[in-house]
Design a protein around this ligand. Structure first.
Ligand SMILES: [Zn+2]
Length: 410
């Protein structure tokens, strides 16, 4: 069934810019021909660079990944890629690339612009085929051209659950979006303290304390769930430019209503709003490689029986640890938020466990278009093409990409 869908998707993509022959060429360039699944590039690099080998790494590898590891030619990956939140650039919302791959265009897709106070014309695409029972998942691009994670889930009873919130510059857009839907957030889930995730919330919390702030900041952020590694740990292992944002959000949260603050909730913590149930999957890991991303807290969100896995920027190492802690079965989901915007995130073994039908890519246009340099010697750059390859291999039926605009799944 999935293979058939994949074949159809590939067939359809032949007429469009992405995939088609170009895509095929990239995957037969010798580097990964023979399906030497390069999800192990990360691990190889880690050992080569002298980093300590964490105990969960071997245990978390599936047979497939081990086989791939054996076939790996020793590409040097970079565990701490710095694809940043401020990636900038192209902002063409007319791109139909991703929807083509997923064949989401047509009857279920509309592009009526969100009615935002400042007149933004960011297109909003809707796919109504998921079966969320009156609930919706919205991945917000807002007015951003960089990458971020800003997802709002609305339950069938109108409760709002926000995931991360995105860049600082996304704060006005997100606040207006929430305000337009009643202004009250039920639960706000943070993954990790990088600016493209917690920036918007920091701005909202800070603006609320300032005199004369715009009215759209008068919203209730609700119950905030978060968990970070210790600041001292980040200070030791994160790039210095990351630290101010971490301190900022930690201070903002420390000043937030303690009755609505839920720090490092134990794995298994769960709560329900309408037909949306949220489960916290892990407390943050302190891993001295890519430490901010590796401290991502993951959430399994069940909506009308359909599961959405939120991964934040979960890299290879933490993905392995999460699989070991929770068991692969526990990670099975219908929809996955692609880890780390679709590059240097998760592993093939991890996504095999999730085995999603639908993929949410919180990827900028710039990142999404990265292809040619994915397997050059400059391995520290981009692996998004590799991740696409994994998703194709797993038979994902639809890929929704933030670069296109806002995406609403129903
Ligand atoms: Zn990120």
């Amino acid at each position: 069934m999935k293979k058939k869908a994949l074949a159809v998707a590939l067939l359809l993509s032949g007429t469009l810019a992405f995939h088609g022959q170009a895509f095929a060429d990239e995957y037969s360039n010798g580097t990964i021909q023979g399906e030497a699944l390069p999800n192990v590039v990360h691990g190889v690099n880690q050992q080569a660079s002298g980093s300590p080998k964490a105990p969960w790494q071997d245990a978390s590898l599936t047979q497939a990944a081990q086989a791939a590891n054996a076939g790996n030619t020793g590409n040097s990956g970079n565990g701490n890629n710095g694809t940043g939140s401020n990636a900038s650039v192209s902002n063409s919302s007319s791109n139909a690339v991703s929807s083509s791959e997923s064949s989401t265009q047509g009857a279920t897709t509309s592009n009526a612009p969100l009615n935002v106070q400042n007149g933004s014309t960011t297109p909003t695409y809707t796919d109504s085929t998921i079966g969320l029972g009156g609930a919706s998942i919205t991945m917000i691009k807002g007015e951003q051209s960089g990458q971020q994670i800003s997802i709002v889930i609305e339950s069938n009873d109108g409760s709002l659950i926000v995931v991360d919130g995105g860049l600082k510059t996304n704060a006005p857009y997100l606040a207006k979006y929430i305000k337009d839907r009643g202004g009250k957030v039920a639960a706000w889930l943070l993954t990790h303290p990088h600016e493209d995730h917690v920036g918007a919330l920091a701005v909202i919390l800070e603006q609320q304390k300032k005199e004369g702030h715009p009215d759209y900041y008068n919203i209730d952020p609700g119950q905030i769930y978060y968990g970070f590694a210790p600041l001292a740990f980040y200070e030791q292992y994160e790039p210095a430019h990351r630290i101010p944002m971490m301190k900022e959000i930690m201070e903002d949260l420390a000043q937030y209503d303690s009755a609505k603050r839920h720090e490092s909730s134990p794995a298994g913590t769960s709560f329900t709003y309408g037909n949306v149930a949220v489960e916290v999957l892990n407390t943050p890991y302190s891993i001295p490689i890519d430490s901010g991303n590796n401290s991502s807290v993951c959430y399994m969100i069940t909506i009308n029986g359909k599961k959405l896995l939120i991964t934040g920027d979960l890299p290879y190492e933490a993905a392995g640890k999460l699989m070991e802690e929770r068991g692969a079965d526990k990670l099975k989901a219908d929809i996955v938020q692609m880890a780390h915007h679709g590059q240097h995130g998760g592993s093939f073994a991890f996504y095999s466990a999730v085995n999603p039908r639908y993929a949410l890519w919180p990827s900028s246009q710039e990142l999404w278009n990265k292809r040619k340099d994915a397997f050059t010697e400059d391995q520290e750059s981009y692996t998004v093409a590799l991740t696409k390859f994994w998703m194709n291999k797993l038979g994902v039926e639809k890929n929704f990409v933030m670069a296109d605009g806002n995406w609403v799944l129903k």
